[in-house]
Every structure is written in C-alpha cells, then in structure tokens.
Design a protein around this ligand. Structure first.
Ligand code: SF4
Length: 270
C-alpha cells in the first residue's frame, strides 16, 4: 500500500502566530496565574492541553475574571466580549488571525455603507459569531453583500451565492474571504482523492477547516477517517487498500501528522 501525504501540512500562519502569542504571554507575564484564553486559542485539543500545562486557562466568558490577561483566540470574538474585557479593565491581547481580521474590516465597511450582510458559514463557530456581531441584524434593504467564513469550501460558498442570486436586490457584492491556506489544503485533498482509495484526515474534531476536509473526502465516496491522534487508527481501515492519502487541518502540528504516518506504516508492515 502506498502512503501519499499532502505536500502542505502542519500549522497555518494564523495558528502558528496565535500559539506564539500565547507562549510569549505565558513566558513574559508577571502574574502567571491569571492568563486566560477566551475559548480555545486554536481548535486542536492536544495543543490546547499543552498550553494549559504551561498555565493558559481556557474560559468561556469573562464574568468571573477579576484581573489578568485575556487572549482573544485565532478565530476572533464578538464586539460585546471585547467591550466586557475593556469595561473590566483586563489586559487584552488579540491573537485573531489577520485573515479573519480582514473579514472583520470588510464587514465594518459594508455595514457603514448600509449593506445587508450575509455570512456563509457555521453560525455556532466563534469566527461567524464575531462576524455576526459586527454585521448587526439589518434585514431590509436591496443592497446585499456576501462573505464567507475563512474556512468554508469554495463549493459551499458558491452554492450559497447561487441561492442569493434568486432573491430580489438592486446590488449584490460578493467577497472571497476564504483564506489561501484553507483553499490550498482543500485543493490538495481533491488531488489525493483522485489517486487514493482511503483517506485519513488528521486534526481536532472541533476544527472547522479539518471537518471541511473530511466532508470533501466523504462526499467523494472514498472511505475516510477523521482522527485527532495516531491512537485512533485501526488496522481494518487499510485492509485491501492500495493507496492511503493523509491530509491535515490548519491547527494540526506536523509532528502529529508524522506520528500518524509512522503508525500506518507499522499497521501495514510497510
Ligand atoms: S486557517 Fe486561515 S484564517 Fe484560519 S487561522 Fe489559519 S490562516 Fe487564519
């Protein structure tokens, strides 16, 4: 059995940046008991666990926080949460990915120009919640603008845009806010699907971009398994298979991908 690993793996720029910000804050802070991240700083439980061993505390909201530093995750947060942090005079460190920030700026400009803003993405995801809080709830008006969650697949986005085209409007503005890293990983996944008869997708079960890769694989009809670590691999995944493709999400460390590949080799006696 051949093993084909996507040529682009490991952390994306935004995830690497957020981890560096968290590690620097942990190292330099004089009050190491009060360093918080609002939500998981990135969506990879094993990496978050590593940071929490160094002292980073993940919180869902800041209601009970009285002092210290709050780090905004790579996904960004709502304007209401930012206001609460400022009102409580906590130190705020922003690790929002610059690509996500760029989507924020687009939304702010569109809102100021009176557009109804449509966001295509998972409304429970922190990135989309933040975009919704910036966009407001304007439901009337015939100037419409549409943007995407940064980790959306292009196909889904295009389907959403096609639905909007059927609505009544005078003007429709379409922004491509899917980040380059996401687009690149999805394209490489589609390439591997042409050659492989089983796919292993490595990354957090809570990671939107990893789950998107898994959906792309499932939709193709190829047997596909989304795992977080090598421990989840089963020998039967590879029984009778000719080629396994290994892809990973943007918040998956390279070392995790390498240990998955090693384990596949061991299981297959390669
Ligand atoms: S996947 Fe893209 S948008 Fe998300 S953190 Fe990485 S670079 Fe930023």
């Amino acid at each position: 059995m051949r093993i084909k690993i996507a040529s682009h793996s490991g952390f994306c720029f935004g995830v690497k940046r957020a981890i560096n910000i968290a590690e620097k804050t942990l190292k330099e802070s004089k009050d190491s008991n009060n360093i918080y991240s609002l939500g998981s700083i990135i969506h990879n439980p094993q990496v978050v666990e590593g940071l929490s061993k160094k002292g980073l505390k993940v919180i869902k909201d800041i209601t009970n926080i009285k002092k210290g530093v709050v780090i905004i995750s790579s996904h960004g947060t709502t304007i209401e949460a930012i206001k609460k942090i400022r009102d409580k005079q906590l130190d705020l460190i922003d690790a929002t990915c610059p690509f996500v920030k760029s989507a924020h700026n687009i939304v702010k400009d569109l809102k100021a120009s009176g557009y109804r803003i449509v966001i295509i993405g998972d409304k429970k995801h922190p990135e989309v919640k933040a975009l919704l809080s910036l966009a407001g709830r304007k439901t009337k008006g015939n100037k419409i603008a549409v943007i995407s969650q940064t980790t959306q697949s292009k196909n889904n986005y295009l389907k959403g845009v096609a639905r909007l085209l059927k609505k009544d409007f005078n003007e429709l503005r379409i922004f491509n806010t899917i980040c380059n890293d996401t687009a690149h990983r999805q394209a490489l996944t589609r390439e591997l699907l042409k050659e492989c008869d089983v796919m292993v997708i490595v990354g957090g079960k809570n990671s939107a971009n990893t789950r998107r890769l898994w959906h792309i694989c499932k939709e193709s009809g190829v047997d596909s398994y989304h795992i977080e670590t090598d421990v989840e691999l089963k020998k039967e995944y590879f029984s009778g298979k000719r080629c396994v493709g290994v892809v990973s999400g943007a918040s998956t460390p390279d070392a995790m991908v390498q240990s998955v590949v090693k384990k596949i080799k061991r299981k297959r006696g390669i």
